[in-house]
Each structure stands twice: as structure tokens, then as C-alpha cells.
Design a protein around this ligand. Structure first.
Ligand SMILES: Nc1nc2c(ncn2[C@@H]2O[C@H](COP(=O)(O)OP(=O)(O)OP(=O)(O)O)[C@@H](O)[C@H]2O)c(=O)[nH]1
Ligand SMILES: [Zn+2]
Length: 223
């Protein structure tokens, strides 16, 4: 396999070097019928040893600046359709938006903002007693957000992507990528996917971590 799939000289972010392992074509069909074919890419040498995967959408030779989403794994939202969070609709939206413009979705195995599935479910139980999502993490002895994007920077570098537009509402993602030497030209927010079940969670993200989510006028919805 060539050293990049983007056709550009690999950039050198401030992270150890990773290399491409396998690239394989996968046709996707979502529950609402939307279909698209992606190239799934795996890597050697990711810093945290996790099996992160990149989904390349479109033809890299035609991109100017690719649209990139770093999507943190959420089994409950991405797979089971939980409405306690906004992850499932964000994932679905991201795939289509990136397919429209060309770019990459990094599916990062950072379940529960990096604390893992069981701990996330413990945190949900605490939230059911009144804590918010960040207080619950702290009550369990974890950081409010345990995610580190070094492996993501390594993946981008291995793909030959040194400059990108980032699809996120989370300012920490852009800040961490920039600190790792990746040129984030601009961030663009995801849609707002509010339900009765996730409204408190979304408000906590806006108030506590300055997520760019426009909740004005959303008082309560049927989830
Ligand atoms: N610990 C914990 N993790 C959660 C909770 N709800 C969702 N998550 C995890 O949070 C991650 C998604 O983070 P979000 O905060 O929704 O999104 P973000 O990455 O900060 O920002 P965006 O790019 O704007 O979506 C996934 O790994 C989810 O499993 C929760 O209540 N507690
Ligand atoms: Zn989720």
C-alpha cells in the first residue's frame, strides 16, 4: 500500500508516525435507506493501541480541503439508537455531509468520552439520580472528558491530510488537533438533534464545555 491515499506528502504532526494497514471498500446502507460506499482504512502504530478506523468518502484526488469528523464511539447511540444522546443522528448526518463534499470520518474507539462502556452506563445511572454528565464522570473518579486525539492526528497524517475543515460542535477537538500540528481551517457545527431524553445532556455540553449547539427556543421535544 502506498504511504498515503491522498496523494500529498505526509504531514508531520506533533505525534508519532502511523502507517496505513488495510484499505477495503464497504457499501453502507442506513436504516432510513441512505446508501453510500466508503473505503475503510486501518492503521499500524496508533499511539493508544485502539482499533480506530477511518472511513474515506469520495475521491481524495479531487479534494481541496477535506471535511473531517472525529466521531467518538457510542454503542448505545450509534448502534442501538439511544435517544439519551445525539450520537446516532450525528453519525448519520456526518456520513452524508462528508460524502457530499469529500473527506474522512474517523471512527474513534473512545466510548463514553474515553472511559469505556461500563463506566458510561454507571455514569448514566448517576445522572438518573440528578448529576449532570460531567458531574457523573467526576463522581466516578474520571476526568470530565478523557479523550486524547493523538491517534486521530496520526491517522490524518498517514492519510496525507494536513489541513481540514472539522465537523464538530466541540471546541476541544479543534484545539487538540491544532496542538498536534494539524491545520484546522474552520470548524462547522453538526445539526441539532434534540429530544426530550437528551435535552439536559445537550444543555450541559453548551454550558460546561462551550459546545456550539443552538438550543435557543428548544424547550422540550418529543424524542
Ligand atoms: N461518560 C459519558 N460519555 C457519554 C455520555 N453521553 C455520551 N457519551 C459519550 O460521548 C461521546 C460523544 O461525545 P459528545 O459530547 O456527544 O460529542 P463531542 O465529541 O463532544 O462533540 P461533537 O463533535 O460536537 O459531537 C461518545 O463517546 C459517547 O459514548 C455520558 O453521559 N457520559
Ligand atoms: Zn452517544
Amino acid at each position: 500500500m502506498s504511504s498515503t491515499i491522498h496523494g500529498l506528502a505526509a504531514v508531520t504532526p506533533l505525534a508519532p508516525r502511523a502507517t496505513l494497514r488495510t484499505r477495503v471498500r464497504i457499501p453502507l446502507r442506513f436504516a432510513d435507506g441512505y446508501s453510500v460506499t466508503v473505503d475503510a482504512v486501518t492503521f499500524h502504530g496508533l499511539a493508544d493501541g485502539q482499533e480506530h478506523v477511518a472511513l474515506v468518502l469520495g475521491d481524495p484526488s479531487t479534494w481541496e480541503v477535506p471535511l473531517v469528523r472525529m466521531h467518538s464511539e457510542c454503542l448505545t447511540g450509534d448502534v442501538f439508537g439511544s435517544t439519551r444522546c445525539d450520537c446516532g443522528p450525528q453519525l448519520r448526518e456526518a456520513v452524508e455531509r462528508i460524502a457530499d463534499t469529500g473527506g474522512v470520518l474517523l471512527y474513534l474507539r473512545q466510548e463514553g468520552r474515553g472511559i469505556g462502556l461500563y463506566n458510561k452506563l454507571d455514569a448514566y445511572a448517576l445522572q438518573d439520580t440528578g448529576l449532570d454528565t460531567y458531574q457523573a464522570n467526576r463522581a466516578l473518579g474520571f476526568a470530565e472528558d478523557a479523550r486524547d486525539y493523538t491517534a486521530a492526528a496520526q491517522m490524518l497524517s498517514a492519510l496525507g491530510i494536513g489541513e481540514l475543515d472539522l465537523l464538530t460542535n466541540n471546541p476541544d477537538k479543534a484545539a487538540q488537533l491544532r496542538d498536534l500540528g494539524v491545520l484546522v481551517r474552520r470548524t462547522t457545527p453538526t445539526g441539532v438533534f434534540a429530544t426530550d431524553s437528551n435535552l439536559r445532556y445537550l444543555h450541559a455540553k453548551v454550558e460546561h464545555t462551550q459546545h456550539d449547539i443552538d438550543l435557543a427556543g428548544i424547550a422540550g421535544l418529543v424524542g
